[in-house]
Design a protein around this ligand. Structure first.
Ligand SMILES: [Zn+2]
Length: 73
């Protein structure tokens, strides 16, 4: 299997995810914790500093399904 855009995963679980800010629309890479199958936490956007509600779910193949919502959504 070819790596997309030459990206190399050192572990079988994703440890970072690309997300798009629901406020300013900027794309950022956030760190995620492969130790938990499902997680939800609040993190401030590194660009506009507004709070995201981040939901992480790991699929059985180790890839992460990450959604970012505006707080209170
Ligand atoms: Zn932002």
């Amino acid at each position: 299997m070819a790596n997309r855009a030459g990206r190399v995963y050192p572990a079988s679980m994703d440890e970072a995810a690309d997300v798009r800010c629901p406020y300013c629309g900027e794309q950022s890479t956030i760190a995620i914790d492969p130790g938990e199958e499902e997680a939800e936490f609040v993190q401030d956007c590194p660009v506009c500093c507004r709070p995201w509600t981040v939901r992480v779910r790991f699929r059985s193949d180790g890839s992460a399904d990450v959604t970012v919502g505006a707080d209170g959504e």
